[in-house]
Ligand binder design. Structure first.
Ligand code: ADP
Ligand code: MG
Length: 698
C-alpha cells in the first residue's frame, strides 16, 4: 500500500493515543493528512539575535548565552521562576509559571544554551515566557535550521505534549520517507506549463524549507493544487449534470412577454437589464438546464428581470415560481408582480405559511392542473404536497438563506429539472462566487435605473449627536421619514434591547414633536406588523428598530438611515441597511454613528462606506478586511471543502488560472479519460468520497 495512506498510528513517535488525538482534534488520519497539515507560520532560526536587537513582540527569535541566576518568586500555587540570561553583552529575564522543578533540575548556570521564543513586553521591558532551551550541541547548526515551521494544535493536544515541536519531530522521519519519492497528483503537462514544484519537493520544502524561495514555490504549488481540484470537482459535476439532464427549451417569445413589454412596462430597461435578459434567453434555448446567479444591488431591477423571464416560461406553456426567504419578502414580490400584471391575463398566486387552508387547497389544485402561471412563496413551495403541472423556471431570491439541498429539492418537482435563477442583492466577490457558487453561471446588473440620486453617507462620532438631531428635524419637517437602527447580537439580546429602548426614549425626549415607531425581534408578529404599518402610512416619522428591517421593508418616503454603533456591523450588513433608503425620488442619506475610539479596521469600514455605494467594491473590501472564512452566508452555504492554504482574498489571480486550466482540460477531455489526465480522475475519486453529489440528489 501507498505509504501516504497508512494510518498515522504506525508512524514513529505516534502510537495509539496520539493517533486518537490527531484524529479527533485535527481530523488527521493518514500520513498524507499529516503532510498536508501545513505549517501556519515559519520562524527564522538561521541566526542568533543580540538582546539589544530585540525591538518588538512579533517575531520568534533565538539567543545564545548563559544563565546568570535563577530565582523563585511568590507563594505556592502562584509561584513563578525567573532566570537572568546574558548574551555576554546585556541581560534579559526568562519566566516560567509551570515546570519549575524541571527547569531547575535540568539547566545550569555558566553553561551555554540556545534560547528560543517570542519576546513579550512586561512593565516596559522585554522578557521571554516559557522559551525553548537547548544545548547548542542538541541543535543542528543555524545555517541548517533555517526556517522553522509552526503547526496548529489544540489545547487538548498541548496538554498531552503534542505541540508544534512534537509534530515537527514526527514529520522528520516521514519527510525522509517522502524523499524517496511520492506519486504526483497533478499531470505533467500542468506541472510543466506552470513550472510548478513537484509533490515530493513540495512536501519537503513546505515542512523543512531550506530557504524562503523554495518555501514560496512549495506554497505556490499547494495553493494551485487546492484551487485546481476544487474547480475540477465543481466543474466536473456541472458537466455531469449537463450531460445527464436536458434543459427545457423555451424557444418562443409570445403574447405574455410581448404584451407586457410593449404595453405595460412603464419604463425603459437599463442596459444591464437588457444584457442579463439576453444571457437568460441564451440559456433557455441551449437545451441545457440553466443554473444562473443574478447579482445586483438592491433596487437595480432584478425582480423585473425575474418577472420577464417567468413570462417567457409562461409563453412556452410552463409554470414559474419565485421562492423568497421570508413571508415579508414573498408578500412584497407578490404585490409588485400583481401590480405589474394587473391588466394582463396571467394567473398569479401567493403561497406562504400563513395561507389559509382553504385557499391553499385551491392553489394546490391550480398548480396541479396548470391553470396557475406564476406562484410566489416561501419554503411552503417545496413541501411534498405541492405538485406542479409543469414547472419550467424557479427563481430563488436571496441565495444565502437557501442551502444546496433546497435548491436540489426544487429540481425534484419535475422529471426534468426546471431552469434555476438565483437572485442575490449581496454582491459576492468574484473569487468567492467562483468557489462557492462555481457551478452557477453568473450575471451581474451593475447599473441602477436612471434618475436615482446616489445615497450620501456620513460618519459621525457620537459626540456630534446634537448636530444629528438638527439634521433629522430638518429632514422630517421637509416631509421625510427616518430609520434608526441598532445592532442586535444574539448573545446579549437583553442588553441590545435595552440600548434600543433607551434610544427610543432618547429620541422621544429630544424630538417631542414627532411620532416614533419601534420594532424588534422580540415583539409578536401582529404588534410588529402594526408598528411597521404606522410607519408605512406616515403616521410615525421615525422608526427605531433592530436589524429586522434589513430585509423586506420598502418605504420610498424614508430617506434617512441612521445606524447606531455602526462599528459593530460588518460591511455587507451596513451596505444592506443603507439599501433600505434611496428608493424614492428625494435625496437620501445614511449616517453612521460610532464611538470615538475605533479599531483600525472599523475606521476602514466607515471610510469605505462613506466613499462608495458600489456593492461589489464593498464586497471585495469586506473579503480583504475579514478574510473569506467570516463572510456572511458562506458558512451556511455548506460547501464540502475547506481551504487549507489558499486565501480567496489574496489568491484571486491563481484561482482564475486554476479555473481556466480546468475549463481547458474538460473542454478537450470531459470524461478525463485521456492517459495524461488519468491521474486527475483518480484524485477526484479520492476527494469525492466525502462530497455530496448535487446532481445525484434528485
Ligand atoms: P431589485 O429586485 O434588484 O431590488 P427591483 O426589481 O425591485 O430591484 O426594482 C427596484 C425599483 O426600480 C422598482 O420600483 C422597479 O419597478 C424599478 N425599476 C426596475 N427597473 C427599472 C428601470 N429600468 N427603470 C426604472 N425603474 C426601474
Ligand atoms: Mg427586490
Amino acid at each position: 500500500m501507498d505509504f501516504l495512506q497508512q494510518d498515522i498510528k504506525y508512524l514513529p513517535g505516534v502510537g495509539a493515543k496520539r493517533a486518537e488525538l490527531f484524529k479527533t482534534e485535527l481530523g488527521i488520519f493518514t500520513a498524507e493528512d499529516l503532510l498536508r497539515h501545513y505549517p501556519y507560520r515559519y520562524v527564522d532560526r538561521s541566526r542568533f539575535y543580540k538582546i539589544r536587537e530585540i525591538e518588538d513582540e512579533n517575531a520568534y527569535i533565538q539567543l545564545r548565552g548563559k544563565f546568570v541566576r535563577f530565582e523563585k518568586v511568590g507563594e505556592q500555587r502562584k509561584q513563578r521562576l525567573t532566570a537572568i540570561f546574558t548574551d555576554g553583552e546585556r541581560t534579559i529575564e526568562l519566566v516560567w509559571f509551570q515546570g519549575i522543578k524541571f527547569v531547575l533540575d535540568k539547566y545550569r548556570v555558566n553553561t551555554e544554551y540556545v534560547i528560543f521564543g517570542r519576546p513579550s513586553l512586561f512593565n516596559g521591558r522585554f522578557n521571554f515566557v516559557h522559551p525553548d532551551v537547548d544545548l547548542p550541541s542538541e541543535l543542528p547548526p543555524p545555517e541548517q535550521m533555517g526556517l522553522q515551521p509552526f503547526y496548529n494544535t489544540s489545547e487538548k493536544m498541548k496538554n498531552n505534549f503534542l505541540n508544534s515541536k512534537a509534530i515537527q519531530k514526527i514529520l522528520f522521519p516521514l519527510i525522509n520517507q517522502v524523499q524517496r519519492g511520492v506519486a504526483e497528483t497533478l499531470p505533467v503537462h500542468i506541472l510543466e506549463r506552470f513550472k510548478l514544484m513537484n509533490l515530493t519537493e513540495s512536501f519537503i520544502n513546505i515542512h523543512f524549507p531550506k530557504n524562503n524561495d523554495l518555501l514560496a514555490r512549495a506554497r505556490q504549488r499547494f495553493k494551485f493544487e487546492e484551487l485546481f481540484f476544487i474547480q475540477l470537482n465543481i466543474l466536473r459535476q456541472k458537466k455531469w449534470r449537463e450531460t445527464h439532464y436536458e434543459g427545457f427549451i423555451f424557444s418562443k417569445i409570445g403574447d405574455f412577454f410581448n404584451t407586457f413589454f410593449h404595453q405595460y412596462l412603464p419604463f425603459e430597461l437599463t442596459g444591464a437589464q437588457k444584457r442579463v435578459i439576453k444571457e437568460i434567453r441564451a440559456d433557455f434555448v441551449s437545451g441545457r438546464q440553466m443554473n444562473r446567479l443574478l447579482q445586483g444591488d438592491v433596487g437595480s431591477g432584478k425582480t423585473l428581470v425575474a418577472l420577464m423571464s417567468m413570462l417567457i416560461a409562461n409563453d412556452n406553456g410552463f409554470q414559474a415560481c419565485i421562492m423568497a426567504p421570508t413571508e415579508i419578502l414573498a408578500n412584497q414580490h407578490y404585490t409588485t408582480i400583481v401590480e405589474f400584471l394587473k391588466d394582463m391575463n396571467v394567473e398569479v398566486a401567493l403561497l406562504t405559511g400563513s395561507t389559509k387552508q382553504k385557499d391553499r387547497k385551491i392553489i394546490h389544485e391550480k398548480l396541479e392542473n396548470g391553470s396557475l402561471n406564476i406562484i410566489i412563496g416561501t419554503h411552503a413551495l417545496i413541501e411534498d404536497k405541492v405538485i406542479f403541472r409543469n414547472l419550467g423556471l424557479v427563481v430563488i431570491d436571496e441565495q444565502h438563506r437557501f442551502g444546496v439541498e433546497q435548491r436540489s429539492k426544487l429540481w425534484s418537482k419535475n422529471e426534468q429539472p426546471p431552469h434555476i435563477l438565483v437572485m442575490t442583492a449581496t454582491p459576492i466577490p468574484r473569487t468567492l462566487a467562483m468557489t462557492y457558487y462555481g457551478d452557477l453561471s453568473i450575471s451581474v446588473i451593475d447599473e441602477l435605473p436612471p434618475g436615482r440620486k446616489p445615497i450620501q453617507t456620513y460618519h459621525y462620532y457620537e459626540t456630534k449627536r446634537s448636530a444629528l438631531l438638527g439634521f433629522l428635524t430638518k429632514q422630517i419637517n421637509a416631509g421625510r421619514q427616518v430609520y434608526v437602527v441598532y445592532p442586535l447580537i444574539q448573545e446579549s439580546e437583553k442588553i441590545d434591547l435595552r440600548y434600543l429602548e433607551e434610544g427610543y426614549d432618547y429620541f422621544r425626549e429630544m424630538l417631542p414633536k414627532f411620532h416614533i415607531s419601534m420594532v424588534h425581534g422580540k415583539m409578536k408578529a401582529a404588534e410588529k406588523e402594526a408598528e411597521m404599518q404606522k410607519f408605512v402610512s406616515g403616521e410615525t416619522q421615525l422608526m427605531v428598530a433592530t436589524t429586522v428591517i434589513e430585509v423586506g421593508v420598502n418605504v420610498p418616503n424614508a430617506s434617512v438611515m441612521v445606524i447606531e454603533n455602526a462599528e459593530r456591523f460588518g460591511l455587507s450588513q451596513l451596505h444592506q441597511l443603507r439599501g433600505r433608503v434611496g428608493r424614492g425620488a428625494e435625496q437620501s442619506f445614511c449616517i453612521l454613528l460610532t464611538g470615538v475610539k475605533l479599531t483600525k479596521t472599523s475606521r476602514q469600514r466607515m471610510e469605505i462606506m462613506t466613499r462608495t455605494n458600489d456593492g461589489f467594491e464593498i464586497a471585495e473590501a469586506d473579503l480583504k478586511l475579514r478574510g473569506p472564512g467570516d463572510l456572511e452566508g458562506t458558512q451556511q452555504s455548506g460547501m464540502p471543502f475547506e481551504l487549507k492554504i489558499s486565501n480567496l482574498a489574496q489568491d484571486g489571480q491563481m484561482l482564475e488560472i486554476a479555473r481556466n486550466t480546468v475549463l481547458d482540460i474538460l473542454e478537450k477531455d470531459p470524461a478525463l479519460s485521456l492517459p495524461e489526465n488519468k491521474i486527475l480522475s483518480i484524485q477526484l475519486k479520492k476527494m469525492t468520497t466525502n462530497v455530496v453529489n448535487w446532481g445525484a440528489i434528485s
